[in-house]
Design a protein around this ligand. Structure first.
Ligand code: CAA
Length: 286
């Protein structure tokens, strides 16, 4: 029968982006978060992005209305009981993800697929916290979800071929390009991206250059849309640190993945990047 309805757990920047494109491309979507304020923000962000897409004539007015009609927001996990696929987008913290998946495994109909948008944690380990490891898979979107074309799909040890095919179909229907990664720390994107960002923080820490010069060097010198420190602020420094820690632990403490002490200090200070108003740059006046 295939997947027709999607639950999104967590209404942060990844969750609202995934909910946006899922509803835009015809899925009924239930967004669940424990915080009502987060749900309100998610709805506002989706409405704003849809309005921008309408203004640019990328979508019609009736498509905006239909998309919003397909979205439901709730603080109750039980409201996910009937969906065909759940995509979990909670904070990058293994024990939190295990707990959420344990709950979902009990609450959501047994034949539903449980996907996780983890950017680095083992899918096999997450799946082991459910009663249906064959129906668990990694579906890693990039930020900002409506713009970025990629989805990494990661199969755990027990993921079935059917689960993989169903999830791949969803990713293609929302117009993403799929790449497949083995279930190794950081998968493809973060295995390569995070050591690059971490190295930029080391360059700053060791006084190689200033924040703007490091970013300008990489932006103009390698033709990327954002410099690495700007990108780290965009992703969230807590997320960057969490991924570096998964890489470091998962690779047996290999020193090439050692998180830069300056990155740790920023996170300790609560300087998490754009979302907290301060990171390598100041965003208070934005
Ligand atoms: N939501 C929806 N649309 C957005 C958006 C958002 N949050 N931010 C920007 N856009 C859209 C704009 O509307 C604009 O659309 P059109 O082309 O249709 O006009 C387009 O994106 C370009 O935006 P802007 O002109 O405002 O700004 P820009 O050209 O500087 O682009 C950017 C912004 C798309 C974020 C670009 O800087 C970029 O691609 N940066 C790199 C992003 C990146 O590397 N993401 C991956 C992070 S890693 C990750 O996500 C994995 C992980 O696990 C950590």
């Amino acid at each position: 029968m295939g997947i027709r309805t999607i639950g999104v757990v967590g209404a942060g920047q990844m969750g609202n982006g995934i909910a946006h494109i899922a509803a835009l491309y015809g899925y009924g979507v239930v967004v669940q978060d424990i915080a009502q304020a987060q749900l309100d923000d998610a709805r506002a962000t989706i409405e704003k992005t849809l309005a921008r897409q309408l203004r640019k004539e990328q979508i019609t007015g009736s498509r905006v209305v239909e998309t919003l009609e397909r979205l439901r927001f709730t603080t109750t996990v039980g409201d996910l009981a009937e969906v065909d696929l759940v995509i979990e987008t909670a904070t990058e913290n293994a024990s939190m993800k295990y707990e959420i998946m344990e709950t979902l495994s009990k609450v959501v109909q047994p034949e539903a697929v449980l996907a996780t948008n983890t950017s680095s944690i083992s899918i096999t380990a997450i799946a082991a916290h459910t009663e249906r490891p064959d129906r668990v898979i990694g579906m890693h979107f990039m930020n900002p979800v409506p713009v970025m074309k990629l989805v990494e799909i990661i199969r755990g040890l027990a993921t079935s071929d059917e689960t993989y095919e169903e999830v791949r179909t969803v990713a293609e229907r929302v117009k993403k390009t799929v790449v497949c990664s083995r279930d190794m720390p950081g998968f493809i994107v973060n295995r390569i991206l995070m050591p690059y960002i971490n190295e930029a923080v080391y360059a700053l820490y060791e006084g190689v250059a200033t924040v703007p010069d490091i970013d300008t060097a990489m932006k103009l010198g390698t033709n990327v849309p954002m410099g690495p420190l700007s990108l780290a602020d965009f992703i969230g420094l807590d997320t960057c640190l969490a991924i570096m820690e998964v890489l470091h632990d998962g690779m047996g403490g290999d020193s090439k993945y050692r998180p830069c002490p300056l990155l740790k200090k920023y996170v300790e200070a609560g300087w998490l990047g754009r979302k907290s108003g301060r990171g390598f740059y100041n965003y208070y006046r934005e």
